[in-house]
Design a binder for this molecule. Structure first.
Ligand code: HEC
Ligand SMILES: [Cu+2]
Length: 482
């Protein structure tokens, strides 16, 4: 074949020019250490659950990060406080957002009112101690060091001053994001969530200022496992939000110090997970494992409205130690994606013949009210611990912003038939219990009328309630009233 064919040569020329153009525009560096920086900018730092503005297409820069360490008392849960040690005044600490190639000038200041020296180890740093060896700083002093971000990903930072475990246990951790050149794909909503475990002298819920308990920390016997530093940081009015149809990206970290997190959002499937905060993308994930000192980026599109519960699926941590948050999604229902209850009926495994038995007058085995109050209390307690306890808690105290209390509940004591109805049929919609609003879902409890009588008798005769003795006949009546 003749290579000198004119049109052909032209084509080759055009192609060459085009390729070199493309190469020029998207210049990539095999060695990110060689990415040049232009100009200087002060980093926007945010406290959780907020994140700074995405880097977008900006070029690598000299990025000034000013981080202040503050030791301060804060709320762990209603009535319980804790002396937190923080990066930037929040637990987790301020979110830092960079892009690959940035030259970060990091200044760590230790407030003069603080009692202890601290430092910072950023997992995004390539260098001894991740910066810890250059940032050890006494109260009333500051230290400056520089590093270049070489690897895109989501990284944990934490204090690494001895005793390291104690500094982390008191809240000294946060996240730093290194976006790739050109930024991460755009999404509609982004949030910052970080799990941590806390060890207090008093048991979970014990009121007052709680001191750190070194022995429990060594034993990994956590009193609190929480998102964003405290019980309820992401529930009720603090819930994160989105609208139907939006894409949501969560930057999820785990400060530990001890426990790994089985991060899950009830009623959602993660479309994408950048597991361990790195560059590999896993798709269609139910629960992602986030190691202590690690992170993950999860993304999903919300298709239907509702309250979606964020948990550590090591589930006692969620319902008993605080690792529970909420994502509230508003917008149009989509009955194709989720119908809600479409039909509810009686299930007759043995056929239609025997279910109409009016058990109040034909039953022989358990004649009406043959049980003493003590017997009902005993059986009621067993049922309570198997059925109600997970949400309403051992002493009926509930969980702030999520599950209303049954102890001294004005709502419960005001109307026994309403309480029976709630256990029989479940409850949704806003209610006010002891001055606090709840707007959640209690599902119908699959227990017999006799068991409902016992468990409600137990509840009414415990924790300062009005001592109503609920009979099975009463439950039958409420059941038949509809
Ligand atoms: C899965 C969690 C869950 C379980 C299990 C559960 N509840 Fe509830 N309960 C709730 C929620 C949530 C509400 C509030 C519903 C709302 O906001 O409309 C509630 C409300 C109530 C109320 C009325 C409000 C109050 O505090 O007085 C009563 C009474 C009650 N539940 C009793 C029980 C009993 C008895 C059991 C066990 C047989 C039980 N619940 C099991 C979650 C639960
Ligand atoms: Cu420290």
């Amino acid at each position: 074949m003749k290579l000198s064919n004119p049109p052909c040569t032209l084509l080759v020329c055009v192609m060459l020019v085009l390729t070199s153009c493309i190469n020029n525009e998207k210049k990539t560096y095999d060695n990110p250490a060689e990415i040049p920086v232009s100009r200087e900018m002060v980093a926007e730092l945010t406290s959780p659950p907020n994140v700074p503005t995405p880097v977008g297409v900006r070029k690598a820069k000299k990025l000034i990060v000013n981080m202040e360490i503050l030791e301060k008392e804060g709320t762990m849960t209603d009535g319980t406080t804790y002396n937190y040690w923080t990066f930037g005044g929040s637990v987790p600490g301020s979110f830092i957002r960079t892009r690959v190639g940035d030259e970060v000038e990091f200044t760590l200041s230790n407030h003069p009112d603080n009692k202890l020296p601290h430092n910072i180890d950023l997992h995004a740093v390539t260098g001894p101690g991740g910066g810890a060896t250059s940032s050890f700083v006494a109260p009333g002093h500051e230290k400056k060091f520089n590093f270049k971000t070489l690897n895109p990903g989501l990284y944990v930072y934490h204090c690494a001053t001895a005793p390291v475990g104690m500094h982390i246990a008191n809240g000294m951790y946060g996240l730093i994001l290194v976006e790739p050149a050109g930024g991460l794909p755009q999404v509609d909503k982004e949030y910052y969530i970080m799990q941590g475990d806390f060890y207090t002298k008093g048991e979970n819920g014990e009121p007052g200022l709680q001191a750190f308990d070194m022995q429990k920390a060594v034993d990994e016997d956590a009193d609190y496992v929480v998102f964003n530093g405290k019980v309820g940081a992401l529930t009720g009015d603090n819930a994160i939000t989105a609208n139907v149809g939006e894409t949501v990206r969560l930057y999820v970290g785990n400060g530990g110090p001890n426990l790994v997190s089985s991060f899950h959002v009830i009623g959602e499937i993660f479309d994408k997970v950048m597991d361990e905060g790195g560059s590999s993308i896993n798709k269609n994930v139910q629960t992602t494992l986030i190691p202590a000192g690690g992170a993950a980026i999860v993304e999903f599109r919300v298709g239907v409205p509702g309250t979606f519960i964020l948990v550590d699926h090591s589930i006692f941590r969620a319902f008993n130690k605080g690792a529970l948050g909420m994502l509230k999604v508003e917008g149009e229902e989509n009955k194709t994606i989720y119908s809600g209850v479409v039909q509810e009926g009686i299930y007759h495994p043995e056929g239609g013949g025997i279910q109409e038995m009016p058990d109040s007058d034909t039953k022989v085995a358990t004649p009406k009210e043959s049980k003493t109050l003590a017997e009902k209390m005993k059986s009621g307690k067993t049922i309570y611990m198997q059925t109600c306890f997970a949400c309403h808690q051992a002493e009926g105290q509930g969980i702030p912003n999520a599950f209303p209390p049954l102890a001294k509940s004005d709502y419960l004591n005001a109307d026994v038939n309403r309480a029976i109805d709630i256990v029989l049929r479940g409850k949704t919609g806003e209610i006010t219990v002891n001055g606090e609003k709840y707007n959640s879902v209690m599902t119908r409890q699959a227990i017999s009328n006799d068991e409902i009588a016992d468990v409600l008798t137990y509840v009414y005769n415990s924790w300062g309630n009005n001592k109503t003795n609920v009979t099975k006949a009463q439950v039958d009546q409420v059941k038949n009233a509809h």
